[in-house]
Design a protein around this ligand. Sequence first.
Ligand SMILES: [Zn+2]
Ligand SMILES: [Zn+2]
Ligand SMILES: [Zn+2]
Ligand SMILES: [Zn+2]
Length: 227
Amino acid sequence: MKKACCLFLLLFLPLRAQESESLEFLWRQAKGDVIQGKYLSALERYEEAVERVGFVPTEFCYYLAKALYKMHEITVADRVLSAYFLHTPEEDSLYLRASLLREEIKMGIDEIRNCKLCDSEGFRYIKHKDCGSMGYRLRPCLECDQSGELLCTACQGQGIWIRQNRLFQFVYQICPGCRGSLKQKCSACGGKTHTLIFCAECGGNGYLLTDHVCSHKEKITKQGIEN
Ligand SMILES: [Zn+2]
Ligand SMILES: [Zn+2]
Ligand SMILES: [Zn+2]
Ligand SMILES: [Zn+2]
């Protein structure tokens, strides 16, 4: 058993060392990307490294947070930076830079919170033109063929009720349902000739989310709200 264990270690130790070396290389490359302002590439490398190892070493949290912030993933950047502060002493060489980044992120989050034109990550909404930014659309009523009326159900469109009294005589009475008009208001559209249907395209919100980063300033163009 012991022998087998030793053999296992001998076989795997060099491999594992190699593995951690290449991982280390990946982290360093990601860090280099952030320094050079290649934030997307940095995030791709981080993603690959995290997939392999399952966590981000604390010293790289600052760089990851910066890349996320620059790529407008502000709430995730905030969480990653919190992890940095949780595990890093003030003496760390990145501490000051991380503190400045924290301030910047905090201000960004406050601006987003106070802005009604963007989502929680700061991406701009645009009015959904197709539904007039109402969140629903009008559909012609098929029940009444857009007339707003249906035949009275109380008299089947006859306008009168015919009954026999106790003397077996026929008695005519004007239909109380339609008062002789033969029609009643369409129950499907309430007489409005159209029905409202939920706008599936904008999810009933009346606006769509864009990938434009919000300036938090309102400027209305013909296309809707734009930066
Ligand atoms: Zn009637
Ligand atoms: Zn109708
Ligand atoms: Zn819509
Ligand atoms: Zn905004």
